[in-house]
Design a protein around this ligand. Structure first.
Ligand SMILES: C[S@@+](CC[C@H](N)C(=O)[O-])C[C@H]1O[C@@H](n2cnc3c(N)ncnc32)[C@H](O)[C@@H]1O
Length: 253
């Protein structure tokens, strides 16, 4: 049993793995829209970081899951590695990635699972839903594994409590009280996320935001104009603190 049992065990379930791959990341899902805006920005950040670098760079995608992020970025670095606690998630990642190597395990109870001094670490869709008590502990493990002084951590939080999504979350929380489901209704504010990153040993050097309009609009006939508006306001804009999906680029301090 891994030390971090609850969130860690969720994606051991094959039904959760399939739902994540085919529903959460189905062709027209909200998450897929966000990834379409986020992916080129992430690739550009990594390319810029590696430009002119002489020594080979190693990339770690922590909590790599089904390999969505790793498949996009594995070819940018000289070596890429995915680590996740779920063998079932990693099975999909292995099928998608051509170059990356994989390790299955828990970084909290198996410290040897990470190598030292990765130039780039990505951690997507992990922080928000893992138990709050584990967020700092995992980030500090990543801090130990990042190259000093110039490694790069790119991390996202996909439920900003200061975004327009908050109203829908509050409503669903109220409904959940009467009829509990397995819905993930966690939120973090930009200030809370920044504070967590700082106390875990990182300095934030860039901040991006993706998705201003409530995801419910994407389930209406207004989906296409909404996607056009959100695409326009995606990235390093003045509205990034109000975006649903926050992405931070950090350095170790
Ligand atoms: C929502 S998925 C995100 C997957 C991928 N990063 C993405 O953005 O598509 C969260 C992942 O975190 C993994 N996970 C949960 N606890 C973990 C832990 N303690 N160590 C490593 N991975 C963990 C789960 O197995 C799952 O694959």
């Amino acid at each position: 049993m891994p030390e971090s049992a609850s969130y860690a065990s969720r994606f051991q379930d094959q039904a959760e793995v399939e739902a994540y791959e085919s529903k959460e990341y189905g062709a027209a899902s909200y998450a897929t829209h966000v990834w379409q805006w986020q992916r080129p920005v992430l690739e550009q950040i990594i390319r810029e970081f590696l430009r002119g670098r002489k020594a080979p760079a190693r990339l770690l995608d922590f909590a790599c899951g089904t390999g969505r992020v790793l498949a996009a970025v594995e070819s940018l670095a000289q070596a890429a590695e995915g680590v996740d606690i779920s063998e079932n998630m990693v099975a999909l990642a292995r099928a998608k990635c051509r170059l990356a190597r994989f390790k299955v395990g828990d970084i909290l109870s198996q410290p040897d699972i990470l190598q030292p001094a990765y130039e780039i670490i990505t951690a997507f869709r992990f922080l928000l839903n893992v138990e709050p008590a584990l967020r700092g502990r995992v980030l500090r493990k990543l801090r130990e594994a990042i190259r000093e002084p110039d490694g790069l951590l790119i991390v996202n939080v996909h439920g900003n409590s200061r975004s327009l999504r908050h109203a829908a979350v509050a409503w669903r929380r109220w409904r959940e009280a009467a009829q509990p489901t397995q819905a993930m209704l966690n939120e973090m504010s930009p200030a809370e996320t920044k504070s967590l990153l700082r106390t875990s040993g990182f300095e934030i050097v860039r901040q991006y935001g993706f998705g201003l309009l409530p995801p419910t609009v994407y389930r209406t006939p207004l989906r296409r104009p909404a996607a056009a508006v959100d695409k326009l306001f995606a990235g390093e804009t003045p509205w990034r603190n109000c975006s649903i999906d926050l992405m931070f680029v950090c350095r170790p301090v």
